[in-house]
Ligand binder design. Structure first.
Ligand SMILES: N[C@@H](CCC(=O)N[C@@H](CS)C(=O)NCC(=O)O)C(=O)O
Length: 81
C-alpha cells in the first residue's frame, strides 16, 4: 500500500471500514497524463470509484467517505438514478 494519508486513503479506509469489496487501480501520478481518468470521470483528480456497471463516482474525498460510511455508495451508481 503506497500511501496511508490523504484523499485516496481517506476513501479507501472508509471502504475498508464498511467492508466494501474493491480493487485499487493506480494511474499516472502526473496530472498531465491523466487522459484516461478525465475521460472516465470528467476531471483529473483521484480518488474515483468505478462501479461494476461502469458508472463512476467522484466528489470531494470527505464527501465520498461520508457517503460510504453512511451506506449510501450504491445510491451513486447509474442504476440507482
Ligand atoms: N480536495 C480533493 C483533493 C483530491 C486530491 O488531491 N487527490 C490526489 C490523489 S489522492 C491527487 O489527485 N493529486 C494529484 C493532483 O493534485 O494533481 C479531495 O479531497 O478529493
Amino acid at each position: 500500500m503506497p500511501w496511508k494519508v490523504g484523499p485516496c486513503w481517506r476513501v479507501q479506509k472508509a471502504l475498508d471500514d464498511a467492508a466494501v469489496e474493491y480493487e485499487v487501480v493506480t494511474g499516472p501520478s502526473r496530472p498531465g497524463r491523466r487522459v484516461d481518468l478525465e475521460r472516465l470521470s470528467g476531471q483529473r483528480l483521484y480518488p474515483v470509484i468505478e462501479f461494476e456497471d461502469g458508472s463512476v463516482y467522484r466528489e470531494e474525498s470527505k464527501d465520498m467517505a461520508a457517503t460510504i460510511r453512511a451506506g449510501g455508495l450504491a445510491d451513486k451508481t447509474a442504476g440507482a438514478l
